[in-house]
Design a binder for this molecule. Structure first.
Ligand code: F6P
Length: 475
């Protein structure tokens, strides 16, 4: 990498490409993450003068920053742990995530009190730390791609510091409709929107989320919105921001190759042994986020066993629910509820040689791929989801075709809806009926649908998704 103080392309996200932990003997251990951004960024090659700015998330990360250990081409920002905790857990995960996924139980929450204001001040400080680092690293007129709700204030802050830069912001979540977004205190709602409007382009995963953002800008800020041949623009206080729609797809080449390595084959064998030969598999793979709707998925499966006794002993629900954001009590409670319900279903319907639900909570990527390959039905029923890559990945690696039961509230619905069996994620009876339809889909139709789903799912691989945005910024 050339002089990192003059980066021509910058990416900013809360979670970076590597994380560190302190081993028993005090040395630092490095773990590399995956995901769309990592493969997207790799598409520009090592000579592009790119820098990835991310946050130190853990004590290990902070120790790495202290020791000056780091990846070439990346810079970790270490704000004090209490500031980070308030910004990440307090605001990003407990407020902005809840607003965009519409997760509040509104009779009791949210409560925007003094504690909230303190946390908001931390969120501002954490965003300012990113803006400072980006301003320092960027070459003249460099392109900066800021990611997600963690960093909503960065575009405006950066524009103030470096008006020469070309700034994009991308939301990987849904965007809330105005009535829900306006749960936020008015000044905070305005700050979030004007923060993002500091960008030249604001990107979203679907037209629906872009439209909701535009509606919020009109309702909260009185901004003017226009639709120029399908492209939305928002003009506020003399500045215009273009809203881009880029539906991140699955990385087909990577997945197909990875799914055929021996460790996946081993896990397929193990799964087959655990579920029993010949049984149909309803598979779900999620991080255990409240928005993923795992509990209602289990309730729907129980309803299926109740309504269609013929499936008893002939089907297994393979549910992989990997830990996420366990610092938050609500997430811990939700994780416990998933386990309780799985056990209840197993106690209610299980027999000596049949366990109806196979729940795994330890994260194992090759095992996820094994389940993808074996799935007869994939259950993807989020309450609300920016995109949902699982819905796109399963059809790509499926061995013998898969029927996709898909929530109409997932961003992926916009691209996959026609060949999926669509559900209202709150409707247990309808989801149970959809599971039955999926299990009984004629084989030829299932195969034809899977092919079309896989084509749609890989239409915009991460490398193109990333390069398209860069190009749109004039990079
Ligand atoms: O899946 C949506 C998303 O916003 C991703 O863009 C982002 O990486 C992730 O959620 C954040 O999750 P975490 O809190 O584990 O970093």
């Amino acid at each position: 990498m050339a002089d990192s103080r003059a980066a021509r392309i910058l990416v900013a996200s809360n979670r970076g490409p590597v994380s560190y932990s302190v081993a028993g003997d005090g040395t630092l251990e490095k773990k590399r993450g995956g995901g769309g951004l990592v493969s997207g960024l790799s598409a520009i090659g090592p000579d592009a003068d790119a820098v990835w700015v991310c946050a130190a998330l853990s004590d290990g990360d902070r120790e790495a920053v202290r020791q000056g250990v780091g990846e070439p081409g990346s810079r970790m920002i270490a704000v004090p742990p209490e500031v980070f905790g308030a910004a990440y857990n307090g605001i990003a995960n407990s407020v902005l995530w809840f607003v965009h996924h519409m997760l509040y139980q509104t009779p009791l929450e949210p409560v925007f009190d003094e504690d909230f204001r303190d946390q908001w001040a931390s969120y501002e400080a954490y965003n300012a730390a990113f803006a400072d680092a980006l301003a320092e690293e960027a070459a003249r007129e460099a392109a900066v791609l800021v990611q997600d709700y963690h960093l909503a204030l960065v575009p405006a802050m950066l524009r103030e510091r470096r008006p020469d830069l070309r700034v994009g912001h991308f939301s990987h979540t849904p965007w809330a409709p105005p009535d829900y977004f306006r749960l936020l205190p008015d000044d905070v709602a305005a700050q979030v929107l004007t923060g993002i409007l500091g960008a030249d382009r604001a990107g979203f995963l679907t037209r629906r989320w872009a439209g909701a953002f535009a509606d919020c800008c009109a309702a909260v800020l009185g901004a003017s919105v226009s639709d120029d041949g399908g492209t939305l623009t928002v003009t506020h206080e003399g500045r215009t921001t273009v809203l881009g729609v880029h539906g991140l797809g699955a990385d087909g080449d990577f997945l197909r190759e990875r799914a055929h390595r021996p460790d996946v084959a081993e896990r397929m064998e193990a799964l087959r042994a655990e579920t029993g030969p010949g049984r149909r598999l309803i598979v779900r793979v999620d991080r255990t986020e409240l928005s993923k709707n795992i509990v209602r998925g289990l309730l729907a499966y129980r309803q299926l066993l109740h309504d269609h006794p013929g499936w008893r002993s002939r089907v297994v629900h393979v549910a992989f629910a990997y830990p996420s954001r366990q610092d938050l009590a609500l997430y811990r409670d939700y994780t416990a509820e998933v386990s309780r319900l799985a056990e209840r279903i197993n106690a209610e319907y299980g027999t000596a040689d049949w366990t109806p639900v196979l729940l795994k909570v330890d994260d194992d990527f090759p095992r996820s791929l094994a389940a993808y390959r074996l799935a007869d039905v994939a259950l993807v029923n989020p309450i609300r989801d920016g995109m949902n890559l699982v819905a796109k990945e399963v059809p790509v690696v499926s061995d013998h075709g898969v029927a996709l039961v898909l929530s109409r509230e997932a961003g992926a619905f916009a691209e996959l809806g026609e060949d999926a069996i669509t559900v209202n994620p709150y409707d247990i009876r309808a989801t149970a009926a959809a599971l039955n339809t999926a299990l009984t889909l004629p084989e030829a139709e299932r195969a034809a649908r899977t092919k079309r789903l896989a084509d749609a799912a890989t239409a915009l691989p991460p490398s193109r998704w990333f390069l398209d945005q860069l190009r749109a910024l004039g990079g």
